[in-house]
Design a protein around this ligand. Structure first.
Ligand SMILES: CC(C)[C@H](C(=O)O)[C@@H](O)C(=O)O
Ligand code: SF4
Length: 469
């Protein structure tokens, strides 16, 4: 009898086209998502070599990073660099016969929100995109990861990718989340625990009661940030919730094909006794709402805590780097997190730009006002999220509270469009990266959950959502 296999082992094995002695494999790729930032040279490479896209029907292109989120964007993109990149994708998609969602299409949005929404992302698949947060799709039990531009070209041309098998890591989150604590807090806590290099060389499978209890959207938040923990990909075994979510999505299988697919999807789980190279266990019941204080996603602390003192760190390089982070963030050790005032709030991104995130925000801000010292924006992750939010009247709640309600895109998750922080501005953000300059030159980012960002917008400083009303 063969050794018990993990979910990762199964998906990897199922996609091997050929395997060399040293373990290098050629993997078949089921789905390829394409955005405007990492695809221009790849298409250019194909053009130069006179090659076609091998499987256009398995490829989907959408613009997200460079699109403005202002209501007048339909009149044309003013920023020249952005316009050139967006136009290049439109031209490439048309020339190579790839389906493309432009900024005028209601299906347009952040690539990692669009894939699941369209039923393009399905369990058991290998999914790639020239973007690190492709790990998001692992929430469906798909092996999904980011690739570089030369690999984008390789996948476009051959529908395969050269890969070596990673190690297996299990992160088990037991118990039930307390009220006010969310998927975002779970993943921030995990990264705080393992560090940004903690998952290096591994594919992480998330399991345990707390993960099972999450909605598909919460699971996407978890897998989205797996990459910030250094892992190659994140995975969650598909279950009834997964199948329910997929049913009826435009590109998902239907009728008998769906029944057959579900039969297969049910085989996608880690077998009893399968080997994990590393196991980390957390208890959800102990988790507080989390706020990041530094310039790395591992720099996290409880909302009840204080800014840590780097002097307590033994390793000199690390100590120096954390002092630098504090300096960049304009913070002093021992400052209570709830005493940190903010200037801006950004709610959106592929981490937290879905409908449930917006509902969570609406629940916090309904009937309240954004603090006079704060400028706050909400950017739906896709045109369909926006449509749904408006159908539920959430936009009215947001606008009445003083939020800016925008068009879909990556927006202020990274400063590649017009949405950015000014130097020195401090932002409560639902995105995934707090690197120096990430949201604008000298901008200061604090990563939080949507509910925590919403509460901070109202209060003007961080507050504990568990006692906020
Ligand atoms: C622009 C793109 C290549 C980049 C990524 O790979 O993740 C971006 O999406 C990000 O979040 O930093
Ligand atoms: S929303 Fe942010 S993290 Fe996600 S793809 Fe866009 S830039 Fe990258």
């Amino acid at each position: 009898m063969s050794a018990p296999r993990t979910l990762y082992d199964k998906i990897f094995d199922d996609h091997i086209v050929s395997r060399q002695e040293d373990g290098t494999c050629l993997l078949y790729i089921d789905r390829h998502l394409v955005h405007e930032v990492t695809s221009p040279q790849a298409f250019e490479g194909l053009r130069m070599a006179g090659r076609k896209v091998r499987a256009p029907e398995k490829t989907l292109a959408v613009v997200d990073h460079n699109v403005p989120t202002s209501p007048d964007r339909h009149e044309g993109i003013k920023n020249e660099e952005s316009r050139i990149q967006v136009e290049a994708l439109a031209t490439n998609a048309a020339e190579f016969g790839v389906e493309y969602y432009s900024e005028k299409d209601v299906r347009q949005g952040i690539v990692h929100i669009v894939g699941p929404e369209q039923g393009f992302t399905l369990p058991g698949m290998t999914i790639v995109c020239g973007d690190s947060h492709t790990s998001t799709h692992g929430a469906f039990g798909a092996l999904a990861h980011g690739i570089g531009t030369s690999e984008v070209e390789h996948v476009l041309a051959t529908q395969t990718l050269i890969q070596k098998k990673a190690k297996n890591m299990l992160v088990r989150v037991d118990g039930q989340l307390p009220e006010g604590v969310t998927a975002k807090d779970i993943i921030l806590a995990i990264i705080g625990e393992i560090g940004t290099a903690g998952g290096t060389g591994h594919v992480i499978e998330f399991a345990g009661e707390a993960i099972r209890s999450l909605s598909m959207e919460g699971r996407m938040t978890i897998c989205n940030m797996t990459i910030e923990g250094g892992a190659r990909a994140g995975l969650i075994a598909p279950d009834e919730k997964t199948f329910e979510y997929i049913k009826g999505k435009p590109r998902a299988p239907k009728g008998q094909a769906l029944d057959m697919a579900i039969e297969y999807w049910k085989t996608l789980y880690t077998e009893e006794g399968a080997h994990f190279d590393r196991v980390v266990v957390l208890d959800a019941a102990n988790l507080p709402p989390i706020v990041s204080w530094g310039s790395s996603p591992e720099d996290v602390v409880s909302i009840e805590g204080v800014v840590p003192n780097p002097d307590a760190i033994e390793d000199e390089t690390k100590r120096t780097s954390k002092w630098r982070a504090l300096d960049y963030m304009g913070l002093k050790p021992d400052t209570k997190i709830t005493d940190i005032a903010i200037d801006r709030v950004f709610i959106g991104s592929c981490t937290n730009g879905r409908i449930e995130d917006l509902r969570a925000v609406a629940a916090v801000v309904e009937g309240k006002q954004v603090a006079s010292t704060v400028s706050a924006m909400i950017v739906p992750g896709s045109g369909l999220v926006k449509e749904q939010a408006e159908a539920e009247g959430l936009d009215k709640i947001f606008k009445a509270a003083g939020f800016d309600w925008r068009e879909p895109g990556c927006s202020m998750c990274l400063a590649m469009n017009d949405d950015r922080l000014k130097p020195g501005e401090r932002c409560a953000s639902t995105s995934n990266r707090n690197f120096e300059g990430r949201q604008g030159f000298k901008g200061r980012t604090h990563l939080v959950s949507p509910a925590m960002a919403a509460a901070a917008a109202i209060a003007g400083h961080f507050v504990d959502i568990r006692t906020f009303n």
